[in-house]
Write a protein that binds this ligand. Sequence first.
Ligand code: ADP
Ligand code: MG
Length: 335
Amino acid sequence: MFSNAEIGIDLGTANILVYTKSKGIVLNEPSVVAIDMESKNVVAVGSEAKEMVGKTPQNIVPIRPLKDGVIADYDVTAQMLKEILKKVSKVAGLSMRKPTVVVCTPSGSTSVERRAIHNAVKSYGAKEVHLIEEPVAAAIGSDLPVDEPVANVIVDIGGGTSEVGIISFGGVVSCRSVRTGGDKMDDEIIQYIRKHYNILIGERTAENVKMEIGYALIDHDELSMDIRGRDMVTGLPRTITITSTEVQDAIRESLEAILETIRTTLENCPPELSGDIVDHGVTLTGGGALLKGMQKWLADEISVPVHIAPNPLESVAIGTGRALKMINKLQKAAK
Ligand code: ADP
Ligand code: MG
């Protein structure tokens, strides 16, 4: 029993993670909700709902309410959060009575969206709800010394969005967000295969291709992989072999958009902080940091050191949980 449980939630566009001070990460599931369009009921959330993507009967629709980094549907987001909190209280055996909850919201979310998240968590019975900015949470969770007068650059490549933030003294000095990330890469792979092979593949196949043989724009020993899809001419299933060089070609545009965002942020950095950046470099986090060759490619392109966070898929959740003790400090810094 924890009478005053403290919970951190990373409300990501692709994955939701929940962190508690006492148990670490207690939930890590895709941000997907399956809805029965007839009754409007939530049929499943998380992994169970993701399993349904592209495979369900017509009346069950899997929705990713945060897909583009904005909250497309408040009601669905609120329902998803409630189901997630329910799961957490079961999984972690935590007393969910009056927990203090810190939620990391997608940066770029509007005040209306932030309020909707706040209310959804509050209505579940949270004693206090704090919202924290994504780059700050990512930096804390990546073990960067955020409350020192040293500039830290964090690059978080997520599913729907990528964020580049410069943090100093616990606050965001500057931040840019692009609606490009892992999802866009998956989509580019789908388009590429359709264009070059006349074959239609699903999102999950595309994501697998990216994870298995996707590379940032560096020279490498070519890999290949067999994939199955539907032939658009015959309508029949067909297997093809695709190479890592083709995948690189497919995802080039997303990668370049992310690079451009990093460049612009660095170029607009206050001059006093530039020295820190040259010395300390940039820290990569988010699932996109795991793309093969990402670190090397970015380091070559921006000519400053590039580090990868200890747990790129978990940094934000960990940072959100740890932020609790810094909240007061951060709030003061924000004023
Ligand atoms: P968000 O914070 O937006 O929920 P995440 O940080 O959880 O996003 O990252 C999810 C994205 O990272 C997905 O697009 C996923 O395909 C991608 N990803 C995860 N692992 C890898 C990997 N090993 N290689 C390339 N991309 C990956
Ligand atoms: Mg994220």
